[in-house]
Design a protein around this ligand. Structure first.
Ligand code: SAH
Length: 262
């Protein structure tokens, strides 16, 4: 039997309309869809009738599928000659273990491809009115893991380089560690007055924003009671949100035309 194909498809950051045209075409054609928790679930309505849909959702604290289980499933279905879409939140190769899944497929000799997606690292700030670069404020940005494995003696992050060398920092997976992250940045030379924001459920009806400074963001977020998924943005560009906030989550209608056209 000829091996099938696995497409690692970026679902986008949450708003189901932020999947790419190519990703949507792949999703509609799939025999098997294996998806994460952090996707716009309306996207699953696009699957063809009879498609097998597997929730491999890995939410912090919730039930999780071991990565090896997911890898095996992808390989087995593809070897059975099926067309498999692995639907991943944001972009498949920005955290979320897309690289590991690609390696497993490569090792198993299963044909695969990646369809990039709109990462939450860019889209959630954008929906909060925060451009990651701006000619007057920021010429560089970094997307950083806020969740280094606990069994590591030393974090892999080069805090001094991040604190001093990059204009805008975006931390994913760091909601529970805002105090540690901000303290590290300040200790390594970033001013405590630097604007900082946390965006929860960016691009969706659940979007919420807390804006403070690096020194106060952890306390502000805990006062506001924001829970994951959320990301932290640090840098002068955060100050632009006051002028550029454009998205009203309460008007985030799932229709084919922008709400502003009403
Ligand atoms: N591949 C994904 C990221 C996977 S890691 C991407 O490119 O977006 C998961 C982390 O992404 C979460 O812990 C959170 O920090 C962030 N995230 C995902 N969706 C988000 C959203 N809609 N709003 C804010 N942060 C989000």
């Amino acid at each position: 039997m000829s091996p099938g194909l696995v497409s690692l498809v970026g679902a986008g950051p949450g708003d189901p309309e932020l999947i790419t045209v190519k990703g949507l075409r792949r999703l509609r054609a799939a025999d098997v869809v294996v998806h994460d928790a952090l996707i716009g679930h309306e996207l699953l309505d696009e699957c063809r009738p009879g498609a097998e849909i597997v929730d491999a959702g890995k939410r912090a604290g919730g039930p999780t599928r071991p990565q090896a289980w997911i890898n095996r499933l992808l390989v087995e279905r593809a070897r059975a000659g099926l067309y498999v879409v692995r639907l991943k939140g944001g972009d498949p190769f920005v955290f979320g273990r897309g690289g590991e899944e690609a390696e497993a497929l490569q090792e198993a000799g299963v044909p695969w491809e990646v369809v990039p997606g709109v990462s939450s690292a860019i889209a959630a700030p954008a929906y909060a009115g925060i451009p990651l670069t701006h000619r007057s404020h920021a010429a560089s940005f970094a997307v950083v893991s806020g969740h280094e494995p606990a069994d590591r003696e030393e974090s892999r992050l080069r805090w001094q380089a991040l604190a001093r060398g990059i204009d805008t920092l975006v931390f994913l997976m760091g909601t529970g560690r805002l105090g540690v992250i901000s303290a590290q940045l300040i200790a390594h030379g970033r001013a405590a007055e630097t604007p900082a924001a946390v965006v929860r459920w960016g691009t969706t009806v659940e979007q919420a924003l807390v804006v403070a400074t690096l020194g106060t963001i952890a306390a502000a977020v805990s006062r506001a009671g924001l829970e994951p998924p959320a990301l932290l943005v640090v840098g002068e560009v955060v100050g632009l949100h006051a002028a550029l906030a454009w998205f009203d989550p309460s008007r985030a209608l799932r229709v084919d035309r922008p709400a502003a056209a009403d």
